[in-house]
Write a protein that binds this ligand. Structure first.
Ligand code: WQD
Length: 343
């Protein structure tokens, strides 16, 4: 019988791509999502890609009663927990909302998982926990740096809570630290749906190319890097989604020796902002309107992954080039033409 997997936040950007990969691998998926930063039509889109409509429960994990009753009535073999708020800037303005959504939501989830004997969990973490690391590329042994934002702190807290939880109750938990996820499914049926003016680089780039934004502001060209702009590790969202499936299989097969494991999910290559602009132009045969402005507060100079651990232990290798990923990002943007999701 196929294994049943709960995906919280399964209608969001990374969640929806992961649901597709899970279904392709024969897992039965149940989604919990409160639609706070996602759309219900994504469910139909998933069905259009895989031919299977996942079961969907609309509620907020902060609702402890609903969370408990979900687990009483649904037996699941594992959980992938994406549901969280993720806007760094917003988290500074609304810190309590971030602690409530990201920490209380997580506590309710694992409380219920513990009570109902669900042993396997994968947690969405972020390279943001490293801050500006002392050594590049960054491997999993790099220490936490004081997080700049409440969002970053919630990811650090989430990891610490889960490490204690896994050890105390003999659970199996993977924390996956994402670098910068980009791109969209090649079907152009699912992708990122940023609300309002995007904060992240790639949606801003695609919206500028589409004429929705006038000009991309490149934040700072005075960083100590090869062209003065900041370096990040941009990882294709479907490659990232596949890492979750590999991680889950490892948990279900009981292959991990310890209760709590951390994996970096990045390509291992750093790109500067100007290199991304250039790759986007080449991949899509477009010219992008951009200007250099001052640094964005809180930004670090450079972050890219040492992904050796994920490669050797999960057998995961990212396969998609930056240009290819940027092509999917543009195709997705074009497919959104005229929709409400980008105003
Ligand atoms: C990338 C680079 C910007 C926009 C953040 C979170 C992290 C993660 C992903 C999520 C930087 C530059 C950006 C623009 C620009 N988490 N930039 N002009 O800051 O690396 O990471 O998002 O859930 O936790 O901190 O990503 O895409 O915002 O920026 O020049 O209009 O592009 O300065 O160097 P970041 P980003």
């Amino acid at each position: 019988m196929s294994k049943k997997i709960l995906v919280t936040g399964g209608l969001g950007y990374i969640g929806s791509h992961t649901v597709v990969e899970l279904q392709k691998e024969g897992f039965d998926v149940i989604i919990i999502d409160d639609l706070s930063n996602s759309e219900e039509f994504v469910l139909d889109r998933i069905e259009m890609i895989t031919g299977k409509k996942p079961e969907f429960h609309k509620f907020d994990l902060k609702d402890q009663t609903k969370t408990n009753s979900f687990f009483q009535y649904n037996k699941v073999d594992g959980i992938i927990h994406f549901a969280a708020s993720k806007a760094v800037g917003e988290s500074t303005e609304k810190p309590l909302m971030y602690y409530r959504n990201n920490v209380v939501g997580l506590l309710n989830l694992i409380d219920a998982a513990k009570e109902n004997e669900v042993d396997n969990l994968i947690f969405s973490s972020s390279c943001t926990v490293y801050g500006q690391a002392d050594k590049l590329p960054i491997d999993e042994s790099a220490p936490f740096k004081k997080a700049e934002s409440p969002y970053g702190k919630t990811k650090q807290m989430g990891e610490e809570i889960l490490e204690d939880y896994a050890k105390a109750f003999d659970k199996k938990v993977l924390a996956l630290r994402y670098f910068n996820p980009i791109g969209a499914h090649k079907s152009t049926l699912i992708g990122e749906l940023p609300k309002g003016v995007p904060n992240n680089l790639i949606p801003f780039v695609t919206q500028t190319a589409a004429g929705i934004r006038e000009c991309l502001s490149v934040f700072g060209d005075d960083y100590p890097t090869r062209d003065g702009t900041a370096i990040r590790d941009y990882i294709y969202v479907v490659d990232l989604a596949q890492a979750h499936v590999k991680g889950l299989k490892r948990l279900l097969a009981n292959e991990n020796k310890v209760n709590y494991e951390i994996y970096n999910l990045g390509t291992g290559n750093g790109s500067t902002v100007l290199e991304v602009v250039d790759a986007f132009e080449k991949a899509n045969n477009l010219q992008l309107n951009y200007k250099i402005v001052g640094r964005r507060p809180g930004d670090i100079t450079a972050a890219y992954a040492d992904n050796t651990k994920a490669e050797t232990e999960l057998g995961w290798t990212p396969e998609t080039s930056l240009e290819e990923a940027l092509r999917t990002a543009w195709e997705w943007q074009v497919s959104l033409d005229g929709s409400d999701h980008q105003k």
